[in-house]
Unconditional design. Structure first.
Length: 566
């Protein structure tokens, strides 16, 4: 370990010289109250910024152990400190001269959701923050005095205000920890109550706009119908009442723009914990719930879609179905089957983003085109047996077809964001045709998952394996893009960074052990559970900015990888 005085001398020595001289600064430096680690120096001022860590010993940071002594608390505290660090970057920054990314300081920008991430690590020994700094340059020459300003003035101020317990808002941090503990208490309690989701009274579900995650001001607060109201007695927030969505088949109906999709979106994001003020912090969904939609043109690799599609006119195999260009119906069928394979116990479906011929076929069409000549068994006929035989629940937003009343266990109506239980009324209107059709067909759901991923999916070249997340929609591996636009429960592109590194680690470590797909992913998740997400970042090519994805999104990325070998 070197002293901070030595670093200052090194800066003076390389001032004005070639930008490559910055590489000589890599190492660890003792700044007294914290350790500064320069892990990676960018190659030029326009390249990705340099990777930096600061480590504060707990003798100085003094965070009480009881505030981070379990996994959920630790995640919340690390997330909170990341937000504080991000805030103080803007608060403490000074003008820094230079070209390219000179003077840039950045850490993970957290969304409304609270995720396990690698930007801040906290344990009994230390608090560690991982972030980026654009080393200043004039053209392609070192600007030492500007970097000195960052390292000796700006970063110490950020550390002082962000990573020392005495300088943060104790009450706010304690309140956030308590909120997440209560969120997890409710999530754990869903199963014993026979529920798949809970929406607290007073929740604000609408967002400011289609591109904003912030709550819409002056919007209608959620109020549960009395028939569906349940309560949870939480440790910190007391008795919380709201709507319980029961296991089984739930329809969300109502006119256009009355809040159906808004409620479904809240349930979709309810698989994550949220910060206070989001409006949806007490919308809690079964953690395995999966949003499914039609996805034209996606690839499918050896997925058994025969439950929904069989007897194709061209004789194409649907037990090990493969295509580079799926239709809406085949893509949605594949996503349902892949969701079951990933352990999802709840499906969330919006009629607006579904393939019509996959979802249903009415009686008139059944009479005109006999079932022997129609290869698709519509979802409306499968959804009931799927719950009764496999215990998999479904929530469907429906706006145009009353046939779904036949198979529904609950029907919720949205009327200008007011929620009503209209199950009895819907059942009175039900004709029973779908129920009879399903009974006559005697549908049995017997799916065996034995897909095994072969080695050689990800090839390393002279420069290793390049992984890049592009927004929330694309993961690039060696320039092969995985299109994840239809995987709607990704909330942070750092989750995509993590998926890329996970795929890289699996290829190198456990791909050749003959494990089926789900077991392979479970083994990898067990490794992360044991060693932490940071163990993925320690791979060569890690970038310090990872957020934990769910099992469902990891498997979804594999399933959309066009170079996948099964």
């Amino acid at each position: 370990m070197k002293s901070y005085e030595l670093l200052k001398k090194e800066l003076e020595r390389i001032d004005g010289k070639s930008y490559r001289m910055y590489k000589e600064l890599a190492g660890e430096y003792n700044f007294g109250s914290f350790l500064l680690c320069i892990d990676h120096v960018q190659g030029d001022p326009f390249a990705s910024p340099s990777r930096i860590r600061v480590i504060v010993n707990q003798n100085i940071a003094k965070f009480p152990k009881e505030i981070y002594d379990n996994k959920n608390k630790n995640t919340v505290v690390a997330d909170y400190l990341t937000r504080e660090f991000h805030y103080n970057i803007n608060k403490c920054s000074q003008k820094v001269n230079g070209s390219g990314k000179s003077g840039l300081i950045a850490i993970s920008k957290c969304p409304q959701e609270i995720l396990n991430r690698t930007s801040v690590i906290i344990d009994e020994d230390k608090v560690e923050a991982r972030f980026y700094v654009g080393f200043p340059a004039r053209g392609r020459s070192v600007l030492s005095r500007e970097l000195e300003k960052i390292l000796y003035n700006i970063i110490p101020s950020i550390v002082e205000n962000s990573l020392l317990y005495k300088n943060i808002n104790h009450a706010k941090l304690a309140s956030r920890v308590a909120l997440v503990e209560d969120q997890e208490y409710i999530r754990r309690g869903l199963e014993s109550r026979g529920l798949i989701a809970f929406v607290a009274n007073g929740s604000i579900l609408p967002r400011e706009s289609g591109v904003s995650t912030k709550a819409l001001r002056d919007s209608v607060a959620f109020v549960s119908p009395k028939e569906l109201e349940v309560e949870f007695n939480t440790k910190s927030y007391g008795t919380i009442r709201g709507m319980g969505i029961k296991k089984g088949i739930t329809l969300i109906v109502g006119g256009g723009y009355h809040g159906k999709s808004t409620l479904l979106k809240a349930l979709e994001i309810g698989v994550y914990n949220h910060i206070e003020g989001d409006g949806r912090e007490l919308v809690i969904t079964d953690g395995s719930a999966l949003k499914v939609r039609a996805e034209d043109s996606r690839c499918i690799t050896k997925t058994d879609i025969s439950l929904f599609i069989s007897n194709l006119p061209n004789g194409k195999d649907t037990v090990e179905f493969c295509t580079e260009n799926a239709s809406g119906s085949t893509s949605q069928a594949a996503s349902i089957i892949e969701g079951i394979e990933s352990g999802s116990r709840v499906f969330l479906i919006d009629e607006d983003t579904s393939a019509t011929n996959f979802m249903m076929r009415d009686d008139l069409m059944q009479k005109l085109v006999s079932k022997e000549k129609e290869p698709i068994t519509p979802f409306i006929e499968i959804v009931g047996p799927m719950y009764k035989q496999k215990g998999i629940s479904t929530v469907i937003v429906v706006g145009s077809s009353g046939d779904f009343f036949d198979v529904a266990d609950s029907v919720i109506q949205l009327d200008n964001y007011e929620v009503k239980d209209v199950t009895k009324e819907a059942k009175k209107l039900s004709l029973g045709n779908i129920t009879k059709r399903v009974k006559d067909r005697g549908i049995k759901i017997d799916i065996v998952f034995n897909r095994v991923i072969k080695t050689g999916n990800i090839e390393s070249n002279d420069k290793g394996i390049k992984i890049k997340a592009i927004g929330l929609n694309v993961l690039s591996i060696n320039r092969e893009e995985i299109d994840l636009r239809a995987v709607e429960q990704v909330v942070d592109n750092e989750q995509l960074n993590a998926i890329g590194l996970i795929m890289k680690w699996v290829e190198a470590s456990i791909m050749n052990k003959g494990l089926n797909f789900e077991t392979m992913v479970d083994n990898m998740l067990n490794k992360i559970e044991k060693n932490g997400l940071i163990s993925m970042d320690m791979l060569k090519g890690g970038n310090g900015s990872l957020a934990m994805p769910r099992k469902q999104e990891i498997m979804a990325a594999y399933n959309r990888y066009r170079k996948l070998k099964m």
